[in-house]
Design a protein around this ligand. Structure first.
Ligand SMILES: [Zn+2]
Length: 398
């Protein structure tokens, strides 16, 4: 089965935790100190350049045919089936962990591929002392990787992002005042933030979980990063990010759906910014409202869906994700208990069942979760209904 090549604009760009439209708005409002505005501009510019690199990287991968890509001739579900069969085999002989982390110091360079000459922590190595690096970023990255890995391994039987024990590489101290953190398709990169609007990004387990989940999506059902499928891609990253936070912040005393705050990127804002988090899955659209930053634009119901052009947040991928995010919150709380034992595995099955199309709509994804809901079908159906299922009004593309 041959597929036509996809448009370049629809390839997954660098999946940043801080959406470009947020940085753009800080610039347009112009109320932040000049050095912060400068940092916003350079973060946007550098990210654009990284995005272009990513496209080149994708194209070279495509040429080599070395792994599933968005445009691969072999559908990703075949790779997924192979990975699943391998996992089953391992189960018979006892599952084997392949946690393999490396945290590098990017040494404030903004090179497209940061240097690998300064390893801060390698798998099994000692944490960094305060004298070596007062920021604690490398340690937080190293620990966050393990918790994310453990979450997928323990509860979803997945061996790392690629399902085949692939190494987890992270770079801290990327560039100067870089206001973002992202997964670039092969590694995770963290800026330091500017300290005025954005704090650092390594201390947020849900941020690390979100970014690494973009990798999982890419290896299972690589949803186009635009319009509804892009919003689903973003939402899945938040859904697994929040579960990793609910379980991983204190694994001895994890949080139920009722106990969770359902906030993504809590603590991302520096002191003085009027915001609880970057997104709120329980109450989309209420996470922040600050004169220098603007306000949270997420809808929580289909009636408020924002039809946006591709030039704006890839057609609203970080905006309309509020709708499926809220559906997951509702599903988890309607069932009750730990979300990774209830709605979480249902969402994971929908993602990995091989039937999720690259340009899937909210409706298609919702129906896959209902199909995989087992005993929880009524709750899952009700959750989607409460956010506007069956999402009448057709496709959103402009
Ligand atoms: Zn994302």
């Amino acid at each position: 089965m041959l597929k036509a090549p996809k448009q370049v604009t629809r390839m997954a760009p660098v999946c940043c935790i801080i959406p470009e439209h947020v940085l753009q708005n800080i610039l347009e409002v112009g109320q932040a100190p000049q050095h912060v505005l400068d940092a916003c501009q350079s973060t946007i510019d550098q990210t654009k350049e990284l995005h272009n690199t990513r496209i080149e990287h994708k194209q070279s991968l495509l040429a080599e045919q070395e792994r599933p890509t968005f445009e691969g001739i072999i559908p990703s579900y075949i790779f997924e089936t192979i990975a699943r069969e391998a996992a089953k085999k391992e189960q018979l002989t006892g599952a084997v962990r392949h946690l393999n982390r490396t945290v590098y110091d990017a040494q404030h360079t903004n090179r497209r591929d940061p240097p690998r000459n300064k390893i801060m922590i390698k798998e099994g190595g000692a944490l960094i002392s305060k004298e070596q690096d007062p920021s604690y970023d490398a340690n937080e990255c190293y620990i966050g990787f393990q918790k994310t890995y453990d979450f997928y391994f323990n509860f979803l039987n997945r061996d790392s992002i690629d399902g085949r024990g692939g190494g987890l590489n992270g770079f801290v101290h990327y560039s100067e005042g870089y206001q973002n953190a992202f997964w670039d398709g092969k590694q995770m990169i963290f800026g330091d933030g500017d300290g005025v609007i954005f704090n650092g990004f390594t201390d947020e387990l849900d941020v690390i979980g979100h970014e690494l989940t973009h990798g999982v999506v890419e290896y299972t059902s690589p949803l186009d990063y635009s319009f509804q499928s892009g919003a689903l891609n973003e939402s899945l990253a938040d859904v697994f990010g929040i579960m990793i936070k609910q379980w991983g912040n204190d694994p001895a005393n994890p949080q139920t759906a009722e106990q969770s705050d359902w906030l993504i990127g809590e603590g991302i804002w520096a002191k003085g910014v009027n915001g609880r988090a970057l997104r709120d899955m329980k109450a989309p659209g209420t996470a922040y409202n600050d004169r220098r930053v603007g306000s949270d634009r997420q809808p929580g119901h289909w009636k408020n869906f924002q039809k946006l052009p591709l030039s704006e947040d890839q057609g609203g991928v970080h905006i309309n994700s509020g709708i499926p995010n809220h559906a997951f919150y509702l599903a988890s709380t309607l069932i009750g208990g730990y979300s990774w034992q209830t709605a979480g595995p249902i969402w994971y099955k929908a993602l990995t069942c091989g039937k999720l199309r690259q340009n899937a709509s909210f409706k298609e994804f919702a129906e896959l979760t209902i199909l995989n809901a087992g005993d929880h079908e009524d709750s899952i159906r009700e959750a989607w209904k409460q956010v506007g299922y069956p999402f009448d009004g057709g496709r959103d593309e402009l």
